[in-house]
Write a protein that binds this ligand. Structure first.
Ligand SMILES: [Zn+2]
Length: 85
């Protein structure tokens, strides 16, 4: 899972600590719409994992895998782009 993300992680950690003035929670909720069933899926995002995260999540409704690209924005809000696997 963590291969080739080391560079991202280091940059993210730096930017994250620079942004720490107003104590953001380590975990925030994000949602995306599943391509297969159209349901809105809520996922917890661990912001300490980096400001950009890519991973595959199985839809809890229809079990189809979705590729998720997560970006943590300047204000700490997550932005998810989802792609059908
Ligand atoms: Zn689904």
């Amino acid at each position: 899972m963590k291969h080739k993300m080391d560079e991202h992680l280091q940059v993210s950690r730096l930017r994250l600590s620079a942004n720490r003035h107003d104590m953001q929670p380590a975990e925030v909720e994000a949602h995306y719409i599943c391509d297969s069933c159209g349901e809105e899926i809520v996922v917890p995002i661990d912001v300490t994992e980096g400001l950009h995260q890519d991973y595959v999540e199985d839809c809890p409704i229809c079990c189809n895998p979705m590729m998720l690209h997560v970006d943590i924005l300047e204000d700490g809000q997550p932005l998810i782009t989802s792609e059908h696997e």
